[in-house]
Design a protein around this ligand. Structure first.
Ligand SMILES: Cc1cc2nc3c(=O)[nH]c(=O)nc-3n(C[C@H](O)[C@H](O)[C@H](O)COP(=O)(O)OP(=O)(O)OC[C@H]3O[C@@H](n4cnc5c(N)ncnc54)[C@H](O)[C@@H]3O)c2cc1C
Length: 441
C-alpha cells in the first residue's frame, strides 16, 4: 500500500514536551489519522520534566541565525491568532537591556539586524539610549540600578504561559484520539530495526512493550543525548530559577510589566494570577557529566546526563545560583530582596555548538528522526516547530531549514555553544549536594 498521511504511523518520543507535543499537533493538523499517532513520554502532557513545563517563558523575535526570523515570525502569528495558543500569549512587551561594553555592542547589532530584516520590525522595536527612556517603559526599575544601561523595547514580546500552552495541546490530542504511553510504558529504551539492521520500525519502552511505526521522532529534549548517541552534537545543561510571591497590592503595581532581561543579570516576568514572580539569572549553564552509554555508542563515554527535578523534587541548585538570583532581585526588584524564595529548580536544555536545532533523520537509521538541540530558546516555537518536523518526515522541509538543522558532528564545542563561556559541571559547584556519592568525571 502506498504511504499517505492517512495511513502513516508515527511515534513521537517525548511527546509530552515542547517539540514533541507540537509535532503530534501538526501531524493531526496535517491529516494524519489520530490512531496512527503515538505519543510516548515518561510523564503525561505537560510532562513534569519538560523544560517547557514552566510558569512562563519569554516570547520575542530574535535573529541569532538566518532561519530564526522566519521561525519567530511564524510563531508570533500563531501565538497571536491561533485559537489553541492565543490565550497563553501575554503581550506585555519585552525590555532587553545590556550594561557591559560587550553586551551593549551586541545589543546594537541585534537592533540593526531587526531593522535590516525587512519584516516591519522597525515599527515594533525601539532603541532606548537613556535611563529616562528605559524608565518610561518600566518605571518600577530603580534609576540607580540601571545606570549606563541601553535597551531595545519590543512590542512583539511578552511572556507565554508555558505549561498551560502545552496542556492545551494535550487536551486537543486526547480529544482527537491520539494514542499515549506514559510511565514505563512511555519511556524510550531503544529503537527497533527491520532485518536490514538500519531501517527503524518502532521503539521498545522500558517496560518491554514494542511499538511499531513507519517513522519515529525522538524529541526527548535534554535527555536525547543520553538516550541515543548524538556524537557529541548536543550537550545537556541546566539553568535555574526561583519564585517569590507578592501581596495583592504589590501584584497590582507589577501587573502588565514587560519582561525585563539583561544578559549580565537575568530576567523576570510580571506576577501570575497567584502573585508569583519567576526570577532567572543568566549564565552559561551547568553540565552533569557521567560515564554513560547511549544507544548506538560502542562503549560508555562522557555524557552530560540530566537529573530530573520531577524525579528528585527536593533537589535545589548550587550556592552560586542562589547568589546570582539574589543579585538579579537586588538589581531588578530591590524592595523584594527579603522575600522568601521557593521552588528553586534546575531546568534542562540541549545546546548545540552553533545554537541551531538538530532536526534531521539519523544518518544511519532510516525513518528515525532526531528533533532536539533546542539550545535554550525553543519554547517560543511551540506553535510552529512541529509543522517543520512534519515537513521533514514528508521530505518537504525547506533547504535552508534542512541545512541549519542537519546532522553535523564536529562543527564546534556544544559545552560552550555561543555562550559567554563553557558550562561548569555541577560536580564542581559548592552547594550541589545531590550527586555526592558519585565520582567526578
Ligand atoms: C530556565 C529556563 C528558561 C527558559 N526560558 C526560555 C524562554 O524564555 N523562551 C524560550 O523560547 N525558551 C526558553 N527556554 C528553553 C525552552 O524551555 C526549551 O528550548 C524547550 O522547552 C525545549 O523543548 P524540547 O522539546 O527540546 O524539550 P522538553 O520540552 O524538555 O521535552 C523533552 C521531553 O522528553 C521527555 N523524555 C525524556 N526522556 C524520555 C524517555 N526516556 N522516554 C520518553 N520521553 C522522554 C521528557 O519527559 C520531556 O517531556 C528556557 C529553558 C530553561 C531551562
Amino acid at each position: 500500500m502506498a504511504t499517505s498521511r492517512g495511513n502513516t504511523k508515527v511515534i513521537v518520543v517525548g511527546g509530552g514536551g515542547t517539540i514533541g507535543s507540537s509535532t503530534a499537533l501538526h501531524l493531526l493538523r496535517s491529516g494524519y489519522t489520530p490512531s496512527n499517532i503515538t505519543v510516548l513520554d515518561i510523564y503525561p502532557i505537560p510532562s513534569a520534566q519538560s523544560a517547557g513545563n514552566d510558569l512562563n517563558k519569554i516570547m520575542g523575535i530574535r535573529l541569532r541565525n538566518k532561519v530564526d526570523l522566519q521561525l519567530s515570525l511564524g510563531a508570533r502569528d500563531m501565538w497571536k491568532h491561533d485559537p489553541l495558543f492565543k490565550n497563553f500569549f501575554h503581550n506585555t512587551g519585552r525590555l532587553d537591556c545590556e550594561s557591559t561594553d560587550d553586551g551593549i555592542k551586541s545589543l546594537r547589532k541585534q537592533y540593526q539586524a531587526l531593522l535590516d530584516a525587512g519584516a516591519g520590525l522597525e515599527k515594533t522595536n525601539e532603541w532606548l539610549e537613556t535611563e529616562e527612556q528605559i524608565l518610561a517603559k518600566m518605571p518600577l526599575l530603580k534609576r540607580e540600578n540601571i545606570q549606563g544601561w541601553k535597551a531595545i523595547f519590543s512590542q512583539d514580546g511578552g511572556w507565554l504561559a508555558a505549561a498551560k500552552a502545552i496542556n492545551s495541546i494535550g487536551i486537543e490530542l486526547k480529544k482527537k484520539g491520539v494514542n499515549f504511553g506514559f510511565g514505563d510504558a512511555g519511556s524510550f529504551k531503544r529503537p527497533l530495526f527491520a532485518s536490514d539492521g538500519t531501517t527503524c520500525i518502532g521503539v521498545e519502552t522500558v517496560n518491554g512493550v514494542r511499538y511499531h511505526a513507519d517513522k519515529v521522532v525522538l524529541a526527548a529534549g535534554a535527555w536525547s543525548p543520553a538516550l541515543v548517541d548524538l556524537e557529541e552534537q548536543c550537550c545537556s545543561k541546566a539553568w535555574v530559577y526561583a519564585h517569590m510571591r507578592l501581596t495583592p497590592e504589590e501584584v497590582a503595581e507589577y501587573k502588565k510589566s514587560p519582561v525585563v532581561y539583561n544578559g549580565d543579570v537575568g530576567f523576570f516576568f510580571e506576577p501570575d494570577e497567584y502573585g508569583v514572580i519567576k526570577v532567572c539569572d543568566e549564565f552559561p549553564g551547568f553540565t552533569r557529566f557521567k560515564r554513560h552509554q547511549p544507544y548506538g555508542a560502542d562503549a560508555p563515554k562522557r555524557v552530560s546526563v540530566p537529573r530530573s527535578h520531577s524525579k528528585h523534587p527536593t533537589d535545589t541548585y548550587p550556592d552560586a545560583s542562589e547568589k546570582s538570583i539574589r543579585r538579579a532581585i537586588e538589581i531588578y526588584l530591590p524592595r523584594f530582596k527579603n522575600k522568601e524564595l521557593f521552588n528553586r529548580a534546575l531546568c534542562w536544555c540541549a545546546d548545540t555548538a552553533d545554537a541551531a536545532l538538530l532536526v534531521c533523520e539519523h544518518p544511519m537509521w532510516k525513518n528515525f528522526i532526531v528533533a532536539s538541540g533546542d539550545s535554550g530558546h525553543t519554547f517560543k516555537l511551540l506553535p510552529n516547530i512541529g509543522k517543520h518536523v512534519v515537513e521533514l518526515i514528508e521530505g518537504t522541509l525547506a533547504d535552508d531549514l534542512a541545512h541549519a538543522w542537519r546532522w553535523r558532528p564536529g562543527i564546534g564545542d556544544p559545552v560552550k555553544s555561543r555562550r559567554a563561556a563553557r558550562a561548569k559541571d555541577l560536580a564542581d559547584m559548592p552547594g550541589w549536594k545531590h550527586d555526592s556519592d558519585e565520582a567526578k568525571l
